[in-house]
Ligand binder design. Structure first.
Ligand code: PMP
Length: 406
């Protein structure tokens, strides 16, 4: 018996009733985006049906209600991630925007010769903004290497840190390999040499609860769509002292205190970083998604997903010629694999014909594929609503695809 009542949970997700190519959908592309439970969909419908209005400026009832719900969501997010203050939670359109906001802000704080360290297993959204930043101000981007298992080489990291290091960027969990990085140690070591740290929590937030104060992290990013919320909304957590230091990223309404043509003064946190009308329904639904996860319990979710991971790993490994990339001791429910002599795209296409959704390709982490000298992988990523029966369908599907292609 498994540790979660998956049959009951699956009833919350309308999309899981769908058929694809004549088969009941097996959705195993959760690391790209997760599905949305009725409880979160209802919150979005309710917003547009009852109190759709612009926030923070209207005196009328609808605007007040929308503002209250949006700010309550901010407070839920603060509480979930245990930030010290709700004004340290900045609503963004997602992780990508959150990272760009920080990169843009650091542009004025870095000088030629300063160094930024990034891990070898970053998502492109955590590489490109820093490259753009370094091009602008002559800072140097250095890469913390990883080993064959897909674990960061911490000894090398220690040696790379110096007085020149101003920033360290690393994901909490790798989307391509599933590795859970030792972020606590990464942060502590960076702080010991005076560097700030941004942790990309896009893949971690659906699987574990990160505690901002315990981690003592400077910046942490999340996308709501990876944790059963809607697309187009996410958060940047930033320590108050850093958010005060960074200049605003976008100019516009909502982010100002006073505007004349001679000079503008900026609004206080968090509004300084929230120019323009935000994704109001999305922010409220982000809060509802956290409520949904917490009602199940993040620990129960993690425990069950580990069961799925162990079962799927064991079953897939029995297939001859199948190689799994990312075998870190500490990993989450992602399995990236290839079969000797078969292109990952071909496996993905055949699985789709059987109603099984996986991701194939480089997973926006081309440097990892270069490291293993492969064009890409097939990636199956599990969520707490996936069942053991679905893993069996995946394994059968992979076997069938292999027989057809070899
Ligand atoms: N970082 C990681 C580790 C990711 O997995 C993703 C999404 N695949 C992102 C960043 C980008 O997130 P978003 O597209 O929601 O901005």
């Amino acid at each position: 018996a498994t540790t979660l009542d998956v049959t009951a949970i699956r009833k919350d997700f309308p999309i899981l009733q769908r058929k694809v190519n004549g088969y009941p959908l097996v959705y195993l592309d959760n690391a790209a985006t997760s599905q949305t439970p009725r409880q979160v969909i209802d919150v979005i419908v309710d917003y547009y049906s009852r109190y759709n209005a612009n926030i923070h400026r209207g005196v009328h009832a609808l605007s007040q209600e929308a503002t209250d719900a949006y700010e309550q969501a901010r407070e839920k997010i603060r509480s979930h991630f245990n930030a010290a203050h709700s004004h340290e939670i900045i609503f963004t359109s997602g992780t990508t925007e959150a990272i760009n906001l920080v990169a843009n802000g650091f542009s004025s704080l870095l000088a030629e010769g300063d160094e930024i360290l990034v891990s070898a297993m970053e998502h492109h959204s955590n590489i490109v903004p820093w490259q753009m930043l370094c091009e602008r101000n002559g800072a140097k981007l250095r890469v913390i290497p990883m080993n064959q298992q897909g674990e960061l080489e911490m000894d090398t990291y220690r040696e790379m840190l110096s007085g020149k290091t101003k920033l360290v960027f690393c994901n909490h969990i790798s989307n391509a390999l599933g590795t859970i990085n030792p972020v606590e140690e990464i942060i502590r070591l960076a702080h010991d040499s005076g560097a700030a740290v941004l942790i990309d929590g896009a893949q971690a937030a659906p699987h574990l609860k990160a505690d901002m104060q315990q981690l003592d992290v400077d910046f942490y990013t999340v996308s709501a769509h990876k944790l059963c919320g809607p697309t187009g909304v996410g958060m940047l957590y930033g320590k108050e002292e850093w958010l005060r230091k960074l200049p605003p990223y976008k100019g516009g309404g909502e982010m100002i205190a006073e505007v004349t043509f001679e000079k503008t003064t900026y609004a206080d946190l968090p509004h300084k970083f929230e120019a323009g009308t935000p994704n109001i329904a999305g922010g409220i639904a982000f809060g509802a998604a956290l409520d949904y996860l917490n009602a199940i319990g993040m620990e129960a979710i993690a425990r069950y997903e580990q069961e799925l991971l162990a079962y799927a790993t064991q079953k897939l490994q029995e297939i001859e010629g199948l190689r799994i990339y990312g075998t870190a001791a500490d990993k989450t429910s992602v399995i990236s694999f290839n079969i000797d002599g078969i292109h990952p795209y071909d496996i993905g296409t055949l699985l789709d014909k059987m109603g099984i959704a996986v991701r194939t390709g480089h997973h926006c982490a081309q440097p990892i594929m270069d490291f293993y000298q492969i064009p890409g992988t097939v990636r199956a990523s599990f969520c707490f609503y996936n069942s053991i029966e679905e893993i069996d369908r995946l394994v059968e599907g992979v076997k069938k695809a292999k027989d057809m292609l070899l």
